[in-house]
Ligand binder design. Structure first.
Ligand code: AGP
Length: 617
């Protein structure tokens, strides 16, 4: 996800911005840029690739842009993780208005950018990038009279979506104005200098005095002070907090591990993946210029998912959603098997390779096999420019940001969200859902980020109490039915990966056909028991395992009193649609695996024998 930084003070801004961007590299990026203001001029340098490329461009004079003399003491910087618009220099930030007077760096997505771009164009704005972010610079410039702060407050009222940005104007050379809606933003207070950034590490080398910017607020940043305004422009009191994190903790956003941080980033990952694809409200739009052409979905007679590990589980969820909503047959294939099996596949098949990294050798091999046999091939991935994106006819991007923990968490929920979106779009194109039902499901999808946020509040404590009694168990069994099956499989994989505890996962109906023989009093059984047409059957299966002495931990739906009497412990998730609740159910299972690993003294970020990206067969 993009990183943003702004500095105003008395030291050379260029160095401080570059060093700050280096501390934000862990967020992942594909291009970078800075804008500096001095002597009545703003100069901007951007480059594709890493920060070394940006430094080279700066040293070269940035293609005609010389280092400012005297050195600028105010500026903004950005690392871009592309979402709208290709990875290119002109799409890299900062962006500016047509006259180059207002420069902005933006993290997140402006959902109503198309409508804004049209109306700004009609007023004479000339756009130079394909990004949604550029509208912010034009909007501020168009609205500007004589005060940047109040202009940003008004501009914020016009913007829809979730984002954080920092703006700098030639007309007010000693102030930066930033704003935040959902995406992170934090202020650093130094001695005669101030910072604003996506995350604390960006300025930790200079100050540990921090002010948190809350949702919907605007912050006016000057060298000698900072003012925080609410969405009506009214000044707010905000305490300055002292951060005592070391640099490593700061990179983890204060969390003890990357995995825990990434579990807590899931609401963001979902919002980024879902929101602008559902702006119509009554349907889904997957089209992205030069990336995904919806004609790939026309005339499809079968969907085949090919994937490995966690991504395979996302494909399994896709099968339930697409078959139920779009009435299309779906196959889900383990990529390493599919590629060598001589699969029967052809031009009306849509083959989707799901891969967080986009570099998994077996998934790439399976996609290639399908392509050679004439199928349309789509990559569903988190990494722009990865091999899968180059091998496919179209790409559907999850927008989870860089995932560092080896165990996939936020990228999995983003994959689930995207397969749900695909299922709804196919249903819409095929007319298999009533318009009211489609709109209801779109609304339910849009609520997921908020539900995940609610769910995470206080969940860790509850999960840790459960982990306390079961962490030493040598074997765990996970069960579920219907859309709960992929979640049972994923919960078991998470525990296996990071705790090295033996696990098995089954469709609960399979219990009696073998696995029930494994159970005794020492076995914790984790059951996905969220609302579903087959919940009564899940409860029967739970009773069967309890009759063998096993202890059951169930993930159930808040407000459903039928599950608790059958189990030792329940973990409730907020109510949603029965097809979507399993996405919520995976969150406590990730945390359960996490707390067990921690109690076993293991480092969940680097499990033994595993690599984040498996580029060999
Ligand atoms: C998930 O926690 C694992 N790291 C692993 O199963 C992973 O999902 C699998 O290797 C596929 O990786 P990909 O999504 O990058 O293709």
């Amino acid at each position: 996800m993009c990183g943003i930084i702004g500095y105003v003070g008395s030291r050379p801004a260029e160095e401080i911005l570059l060093a700050g961007l280096r501390r934000l590299e862990y967020r992942g990026y594909d291009s970078a840029g800075i804008s500096l203001l001095a002597d009545g001029e703003i100069q901007s340098v951007r480059a594709v690739g890493n920060l070394d490329r940006l430094e080279e461009a700066l040293a070269d004079g940035g293609g005609g842009v010389a280092t400012l003399a005297p050195p600028a003491t105010i500026g903004i910087g950005h690392t871009r993780w592309a979402t709208h618009g290709r990875v290119s220099e002109r799409n890299a930030h900062p962006h500016c208005d047509s006259a180059g007077r207002v420069h902005v760096v933006v993290n997140g997505i402006v959902e109503n950018y198309m409508a804004l771009r049209e109306s700004l164009r009609a007023d004479g704005a000339v756009f130079s990038s394909e990004t949604d972010a550029e509208v912010i610079a034009h909007l501020i410039a168009t609205m500007y009279a004589d005060d940047l702060a109040s202009t940003v407050v008004r501009a914020l009222g016009e913007l829809e979506g979730f984002f954080a940005f920092v703006a700098m104007s030639l007309d007010e050379p000693d102030v930066l104005v930033a704003a935040r809606r959902e995406c992170p933003l934090v202020v650093g207070r130094g001695d005669g200098e101030s910072f604003v950034a996506s995350a604390v590490p960006a300025f930790l080398a200079h100050t540990r005095s921090v002010q948190i910017v809350e949702n919907g607020e605007v912050v006016v940043v000057r060298a000698d002070g900072v003012e925080i305004l609410d969405s009506a422009g009214v000044a707010l009191e905000r305490e300055v907090t002292r951060i005592d994190w070391d640099e490593e903790t700061a990179e983890k956003g204060g969390y003890e591990t990357f995995m825990l941080k990434e579990i807590h980033e899931q609401a963001d990952a979902l919002a980024e993946t879902i929101n602008d694809r559902t702006v119509r409200g009554d349907g889904v739009d997957l089209a992205e210029e030069g990336v995904f052409d919806e004609s790939l979905l026309h005339g499809v007679t079968r969907v085949v998912f090919v994937a490995c590990g966690t991504a395979y589980h996302a494909g399994l969820m896709g099968r339930y959603a697409i078959e139920e909503w779009a009435g299309l047959p779906v196959e889900v294939e383990i990529a390493s098997e599919y590629r060598y099996r001589g699969p029967i596949v052809g031009p009306t098949d849509l083959v989707i390779g799901i891969s967080q990294s986009g570099e998994t050798a077996d998934t790439l091999g399976a996609m290639r096999t399908a392509r050679e046999r004439g199928a349309r091939v789509v990559a569903l991935t988190n990494v722009m420019g990865s091999q899968a994106t180059r091998d496919a006819d179209g790409v559907l991007y999850t927008r989870a940001g860089l995932e560092i923990g080896v165990a996939a968490t936020k990228t999995f929920v983003a994959q689930l969200a995207l397969v749900y979106l695909l299922a709804l779009r196919l249903a819409e194109l095929r007319g298999t859902l009533a318009p009211e039902r489609l709109a209801e499901l779109v609304r339910a999808l849009r609520r997921l980020p908020q539900l995940v946020e609610e769910l995470l509040g206080g969940l860790e404590e509850r999960i840790d109490r459960i982990a306390e009694w079961c962490w030493e168990a040598p074997f765990f069994l996970y069960i579920g039915r219907h859309a709960g099956v992929p979640i049972a499989l994923e919960g078991a994989l998470k525990l296996k990966e990071i705790s090295y505890v033996s696990t098995d996962a089954y469709a609960a109906g399979e219990m009696k056909h073998g696995p029930i023989a494994m159970l005794d009093e020492s076995t914790p059984v984790v059951a996905v028991a969220t609302s579903s047409p087959v919940l009564a059957k899940v409860l029967n299966n739970i009773d069967e395992v309890r009759a063998r002495g096993a202890k059951v931990i169930a993930v159930s739906t808040a407000g459903d009193a039928t599950v608790a009497p059958h189990v030792e412990a329940t973990i409730e998730v907020p109510a949603s649609d029965p097809m979507l609740e399993p996405l919520l159910a995976v969150v406590p299972l990730q945390l359960l695996a996490y707390r067990i690993a921690m109690r076993r003294g293991l480092n969940p970020d680097q499990p033994r024998n595993l690599a984040k990206t498996v580029t060999v067969e």
